[in-house]
Design a protein around this ligand. Sequence first.
Ligand SMILES: Cc1ncc(C[n+]2csc(CCOP(=O)(O)OP(=O)(O)O)c2C)c(N)n1
Length: 576
Amino acid sequence: MSNLMSGARMLLECLAREGTECIFGFPGGVTLPFYDAMYEHPIRHVLVRHEENACFASQGYATVTGKVGVCCATSGPGATNLVTGLVNALMDSTPIVAITGQVATKLIGSDAFQEADTFGITRSCTKHNYLVKNLADLPQVVHEAFYIAASGRPGPVLIDVPKDVFQGQGRYSPVSAIHLPGYKVYAEGHTGQIRRAAQMIWDAQRPLVYAGGGIVASNASAELQSLVELVDLPTVCTIMGLGTLPSDHPNFISMPGMHGSYASNMGLTHTDLIIALGVRFDDRVTGRLSTFAPHAKVIHVDIDPAEIGKNRIPDLPIVGDAKRVLQKLNKLLAETDPAVAARNADARKAWWQQIRQWMEEHPLVPAVSSTEIKPQHVMLEIDRLSGGHAIVASDVGQHQMWAAQFIRFNEPRLWLNSGGLGSMGYGLPAAMGAQFARPDKLVFAVVGDGGFQMSIPELATLANYGLPVKIVVVNNGYLGMVRQWQELFYDNRLCSVELDTFPDAEKLAGAYGIKGRTIERPDELAPALREAVDEPGPYLLNVRVTQAENVYPMVPAGSAISEMVLSQPQPVAVAK
Ligand SMILES: Cc1ncc(C[n+]2csc(CCOP(=O)(O)OP(=O)(O)O)c2C)c(N)n1
């Protein structure tokens, strides 16, 4: 016979049963009963300094572990502060469960103090959401929420819990079976389609793998590696998919798209077969869609049927979990008659030669100077310390693109960034969540001076919990990415992008009881980063970099990805 307990306690029991170790949150009036129950419960609550950061931290935790992250906020302003984080999780397919408090059921709709229609507001920014009006429904809802968040295409699920539901008394019986008639996950992939995919792969002369975050979500990196090795396929990984094929793998080309490498974009432009795995043909990858991969047939594997044909109609759709589909596909490829496998060997060899030539003609070359610190140089030094094995959480902007271009990731679940929403303020809290999940790992938060100033309050969280995150501020004195666009596309009419005021890093960090310093000379960079890494606690390293450096290559918005601008255009000399 189960014990009588409060709704708040019951919620904690459900979370514990789902394997929740910690909740990132911020309390308030209607969540008081929940916090009271946490007082004596083994699940750890991590007090952040803003609800948005609780949501981002739960995503950092989820990304590095592959488990469902949990965050919590009170009603009204607490819940509305979660919204950006929820959209971020939805766009990047990150499994989290967000718990919000709601005013008591009898007050709902009365404009009660701190009442907001959280259920209505979050409907379009969650994979699914619930308002629990009866305590008896709570266990079912929580276990369903975890199932929905983690299964199929992962995403955020929100549970809105009125105060009286937290306070009510009931008996908890764990729910073991989830039965959702309207929610089906097709994981296996159609056998006939997979067979056709194998044929198309052997038929292709210029095949290319285009792999994304779906590979991370389905833990299919080993299967991806087998695929590319079985057929010796060149591979591009999206910004969400970096690390799914190790950066040091000989078949890895680079990232494609707006700031992708020349070889990646030329590969996509000239391939005759795209093997698209867990990607969504995002506009930042495709550029002008009508000119994207004009010669290619497309095999598109995705667990979300809504992704198939959304942007590019595939020749061969396969709805399924990338891991399961690749396991079956690899088996077929491995069993192929060697004569069939060799049919296009010469053409493929020529294709690889072409790709290598593109890589050699226009490699991603990091700018390094002896007089000033180039932002790319910062990434090289982080890369050297990481060796492809540190966790790096990036914020949004130019530094994000340089980090993606120049830091290697030799394992999945090391690279965290806000890819879909591009939300500034993500980097530091995501790094916090990652460090909670992986205390054994070196964790960098690579942030711009703009985005960092959105996250400064979290220095307190780092200090409180002694989280040894190494914050590297790539400080160019500008909202750099916006400045770049104003320079290139608005006649350099810089408007509201100067960040003239930035706090003294040593004093700022010191005010929170952590170490920090500012550097501006190239010879200081390597020793300062070493010092940061050697410091047992958190560290704030403010790196003053070249101010008006631009990210290249760049595909101007609306252009074909073959129309890359490879480096800063030089002013044209006009004859007098
Ligand atoms: C919340 C939010 N507001 C505005 C933007 C638009 N935006 C994209 S990049 C960027 C500049 C970021 O500046 P900084 O953090 O200094 O990084 P940098 O580009 O200089 O590396 C801005 C304002 C955004 N992505 N997110």
